[in-house]
Write a protein that binds this ligand. Sequence first.
Ligand code: FE2
Ligand code: FE2
Length: 135
Amino acid sequence: MSLITWSDKLAVGVEIIDQQHQKLVQLINGLHAHMVAGDAPEIMCKVLDRVIEYTGFHFETEEQLMQEYDYPYSTTHKRQHIDLVNTAVSLQEKLKTGNTHITMETMHFLQDWLQHHILETDKKFAAYLKSKGVH
Ligand SMILES: [Fe+2]
Ligand SMILES: [Fe+2]
C-alpha cells in the first residue's frame, strides 16, 4: 500500500508544479516501499539520494518561478525549502555512517512535510502565479 495517495486535493493548478509533485509523491512512496521491504542501508541511501536530488530540482523550479514573477513571499517559502533540504541531508549523513535507519517515523515526517507544504505554501504561491496568468 502506498504511503501517500495523489488526489485532486493536492493539485495546486499550475501544471509543471503538479507534475513535479506527483513525481515526488512517487519517489517518497518508493522510499517507503523499500523501507517496508527491509532493504539494506546501502539501497536506502541510494533511494534517498534520488529523493533528495529530485526535491532539489523541484525546489529550483519553484524558486525560478518566484524570481521570474517577483513573488512577494519568496523568503518564507524558500526558508521552508532550505529547512527540509538540511533535515534530509543530515538524515542522509547519519544513514551513510550507519548511525540511523529509515523508520516509519521518518516516513511520516516526509509525508506530513510534503502534504503540509503543498497544501499551505505551494497553494498560496500557485494562486499568485495563476493571478499572473501561469497555468
Ligand atoms: Fe515549495
Ligand atoms: Fe512544491
